[in-house]
Design a protein around this ligand. Structure first.
Ligand SMILES: [Zn+2]
Length: 82
């Protein structure tokens, strides 16, 4: 039995997928993938809130996707984080 681990783009820690929120870029569109099942390239952030305040300042998703994030997406990400 192996649990899938992914890396948080902010703190760079490896965590079980269920502890991370997935953001997806597919066909040029960004989505917060709450079900974790959408196709496309994903990047992850800790759900527990410890990385909530840092992802904007560090531009973590921008660096991971090598693209600017739409402003509405950042709000959607923050809404999903505790
Ligand atoms: Zn983190």
């Amino acid at each position: 039995m192996s649990i899938p681990f992914r890396m948080c783009v902010v703190c760079r820690n490896m965590k079980p997928k269920e502890e991370l929120l997935r953001v997806v870029k597919y066909d040029g569109q960004f989505t917060v993938d709450t079900q974790g099942k959408l196709p496309g390239r994903g990047a992850y952030i800790c759900k527990n809130g410890e990385c909530r305040e840092k992802f904007e300042k560090q531009r973590s998703f921008e660096r991971s996707f090598k693209a600017a994030l739409p402003p509405g997406l950042k709000e959607n990400i923050k809404k999903e984080l505790i």
